[in-house]
Design a protein around this ligand. Structure first.
Ligand code: GDG
Length: 486
């Protein structure tokens, strides 16, 4: 089996993969099994002279070879905080209003991707399979191709793809498309994302669909597919609190766990909870909303704004409804250890997940995995989380509709045991089938097979096979999964 080479903005500590959860567990496994190499930013920020550096620091961990490079201060500002997190992140989450298209950002983004490609080139072997992750590194594949690398290269995007018209607002959208076309396989979280990317490549840069469903753009044939990210289900199921009764909260808890990000719909969640208390006063003193929201990307202005908004909102709602012995919103702006998180999920009657846009959302899956199957809680899930495409037995809500969310909290609180068990069983079975290991296996299997395909002739209109694939995508787009019990 060929060696796996991973590239991402950051590398994870493989010795702590189990604690990190999510995709890192599967990645650590595959690196271990296939004698892998992982290249990323070391997290260090150095002098301008670092920009010339293409020799990474190498550490052999036993599980894998870890290669890291520092960024210069200017690269950190323009590539990481700038193009990656103040252009691509907001635009891909359909927040054009927050995008900062500043001169110099794109150039530095390109240069960092190029520098990482130059650092990787001498470390590569002819039979390596290369897997690049996420929006920080879109151009890496193209830069490797320029250096003559012909190995299979796959790219997985963890965040959503916006509709074509939004994508086109990025001044460098053509360069981004050219970067994507350098890969053999582009993996996305959902069918809706696949549809959006195909639209963009067709309408924006005149890509053409081939007989077998691949897209030809910039003289390269690219496969695009949906590979929904999953979790390591057992690491949540197995956990049992030592003294469950003592830890059980006195009030019924709704739990939210989100990095403090404007994409996560936190103000909408707080407002819906406030509206619920206003509309259904019998529930006052009976319920609390615990929101864990660790800080992230604090140097980007939009993140300081959202923090301020949440502090004001939680203060207003607590001031309006709170009593000496009951505070309705517990807002924790710190990271919580994972073992505690699992217990909190388990003892919360409602998992409240309300992003305005999200690639997948692993918290929704973690909440379901942590429930007691005999007496499970209920998941309320935004239809704009990628997870909603799979988790149809959740109570699906529109996070912009505060009234609907307030009513759905009541539906969830009053749902009978049988219905909770039925929904939970179906949800659990889905996240088990598509867990983090299945995600990793299926992406790599697809990547390793696409290079073996024969060249195809471009066609004007889709063939039967391509038409069928497009129809499925279209269906997923026009009929969002709505399951309401009221
Ligand atoms: C990106 C995409 C996609 C959160 N707070 C704490 C904590 N967490 C953990 C959660 C979960 C993870 O962080 C968050 O994952 P999400 O999927 O919810 O969201 P993003 O961070 O935005 O991730 C997303 C994902 O990539 C994977 O492809 O699903 O759409 O945006 O695992 O549990 N963990 C601990 N303490 C915290 O306070 N220990």
């Amino acid at each position: 089996m060929s060696r796996i080479v991973l590239v991402s903005n950051r590398v994870a500590d493989l010795s702590r993969a189990a604690q990190a959860g999510g995709v890192v567990i599967a990645i650590a496994d595959v690196l271990r099994a296939r004698n892998g190499l992982w290249l990323g930013w070391s997290g260090k920020i150095g002098e301008r002279s670092e920009e010339a550096r293409t020799t990474p620091d190498i550490v052999e961990t036993g599980a894998a070879t870890i290669a890291t490079l520092p960024l210069s201060n200017r690269e950190y500002k323009d590539y990481y905080l700038g193009y990656a997190n103040a252009v691509l992140w907001p635009v891909f989450h359909s927040r054009l209003d927050l995008a900062q298209f500043e001169a110099g950002y794109y150039q530095r983004y390109l240069e960092v991707n190029r520098r990482f490609a130059h650092a990787l080139r001498p470390l590569l072997r002819p039979d390596d399979t290369i897997w690049v992750h996420d929006y920080h590194m879109i151009l890496l594949g193209m830069e490797l191709r320029k250096l003559g690398v012909e190995n299979p290269i796959g790219f997985f995007l963890h965040i959503p793809v916006p509709p074509a018209q939004t994508f086109l607002a990025i001044p460098e959208h053509r360069e981004i498309a050219r970067g994507l076309a350098a890969y053999d396989l582009v993996g996305l979280q959902t069918k809706v994302d696949v549809g959006n990317l195909i639209d963009f490549l067709q309408d924006g840069v005149f890509g053409r669909i081939l007989q077998d469903g691949r897209i030809r753009a910039f003289d390269r044939d690219l496969t695009i597919g949906a590979y929904p990210v999953g979790i390591d289900v057992d690491s949540f199921v197995a956990s049992r609190p030592k003294r469950a009764r003592e830890q059980r909260p006195t009030a019924t808890r709704l739990i939210g766990v989100d990095r403090l990000d404007y994409t996560k719909g936190l103000p909408q969640k707080f407002r819906a909870f406030g509206r619920f208390l206003e509309k259904y006063p019998d529930y006052r003193r009976q319920v609390i909303l615990s929101q864990i929201a660790p800080p992230t990307r604090e140097s980007v202005v939009a993140y300081a704004d959202i923090r301020h908004e949440l502090e004001t909102l939680s203060g207003t709602i607590n001031g309006k409804f709170g009593e000496l012995d009951w505070v309705p919103i517990q807002y924790i702006h710190r990271s919580t250890p994972r073992r505690m998180l699992v217990d909190v999920y388990r003892h919360s009657r409602i998992g409240f997940v309300t992003p305005l846009r999200d690639g997948m959302n692993l918290v929704a899956k973690e909440y379901v995995a942590a429930q007691d199957g005999e007496d499970p809680g209920v998941l309320i899930l935004s239809r704009f989380a990628g997870a909603a495409e799979q988790m149809k037995q959740a109570l699906i809500v529109n996070p912009y509709d505060i009234e609907e969310m307030a009513d759905t909290i009541k539906v969830a609180l009053e749902m009978g045991l049988q219905e909770r068990q039925d929904r939970h069983r179906a949800l659990l079975s889905g996240i088990r089938t598509q867990d983090t290991f299945a995600w990793c296996r299926s992406f790599l299997a697809a990547l390793e097979s696409v290079r073996r395909r024969k060249p195809q002739i471009a066609i004007g209109s889709p063939s039967e096979a391509a038409r069928k694939a497009l129809q499925e995508i279209e269906l997923a787009r026009v009929s969002p999964p709505v399951v309401r019990s009221n």
